[in-house]
Design a protein around this ligand. Structure first.
Ligand SMILES: O=C(O)CCC(=O)C(=O)O
Ligand SMILES: [Fe+2]
Length: 285
């Protein structure tokens, strides 16, 4: 299917006065492809570029400096390097990433000047946009408008919401036999994904129609990467929480089939929510 048909662009312009239309568009996309692109969301191109510059400065640090905050399997925060094994491919993703949350360990200003200031502001903006989307989905599912807001409170001690900076290293050879990110669904509630012009590679499954294990045998649609629009997708938790109405869809990241692929950077904001909140769909089954 064509990218534009499958993944609609939804504008958050005049959010309060257009809430009903926006809700309808969001629900439509989330019930089918499980993916959409947000535009007019209030984060400027310059702010996105500034966050990518911080991310690149971080990944450019020597390995031993990045290793000062190693990935911790208990909290899922910190730096991992070519270590994520995907059950779908039984192979390790060709990437490095840094996971963080509000109260986890962050690189110092000596290591990456401005890391905390820029990244905190960026996360606050992601939080506001997520809140707008989740408040619409909340009402559409028959909950109170602030139902997900309370469950997602990033200031709560038990919040699991994270930002993830990702770097897929440049490669000389074609993709054959390797994955930048093997096929998966996101485990949380709602993901906001930022990409940069020309750094393609994300591919998504057809959505509701997919009934295969890991989408094997399905045709994946490549999405072209753009600086500006935010790719949004539903995760497993929100699928369960909506009694399967909203679809968590398979996706993956591939290097070019043939020839060299340049570096690719992406940034994902994972609204995972609070550990101690009970997730139960409207049917309470
Ligand atoms: O880098 C991307 O475009 C996708 C990353 C992703 O799917 C993930 O981290 O869950
Ligand atoms: Fe993902």
């Amino acid at each position: 299917m064509e990218e534009k048909q499958l993944v609609p662009a939804i504008s958050l312009r005049d959010f309060e006065s257009r809430r009903d239309i926006i809700t309808k568009e969001l629900v439509d996309a989330c019930e089918h492809a499980g993916f959409l692109k947000l535009v007019d969301h209030g984060i400027t191109r310059e702010e996105i570029e500034a966050q990518f510059a911080i991310s690149k400065a971080y990944f450019d640090l020597p390995l031993d400096v990045k290793a000062r905050i190693p990935h911790d399997v208990k909290t899922n925060n910190g730096w991992e390097y070519k270590s994520q094994l995907r059950p779908s491919t039984n192979a390790i993703d060709q990437k490095e990433s840094f996971w963080l949350m509000k109260n986890s360990q962050w690189p110092s200003d000596e290591e990456v000047p401005g890391f905390r200031k820029t990244t905190s502001q960026f996360m606050a903006k992601c939080e506001r946009i997520s809140d707008q989307v989740l408040s619409c989905l909340s009402v559409a599912l028959g909950f109170e408008e602030d139902y997900f807001r309370k469950a997602m409170d990033v200031n709560a001690e038990d919040s699991l919401t994270q930002l993830r900076l990702l770097h897929y290293m440049a490669s000389e050879k074609g993709a054959a036999g390797t994955w930048r990110a093997g096929t998966h669904t996101d485990i949380g509630c709602l993901t906001l994904l930022f990409q940069r012009d020309g750094e393609d590679g994300l591919e998504i499954c057809p959505g509701r129609e997919s009934c295969h294990s890991y989408g094997i045998g399905d045709t994946f649609t490549p999405l072209s990467a753009e600086t500006g629009p935010i790719v949004v997708n539903i995760g497993d938790m929100l699928m369960a929480w909506s009694d399967d109405r909203l679809k968590a869809n398979f996706h993956r990241v591939r290097a070019k089939e043939v020839g060299p692929s340049p570096d690719r950077y992406s940034i994902a904001y994972f609204n995972t929510g609070r550990k101690n909140v009970v997730m139960q769909g409207p049917k309470k089954t």
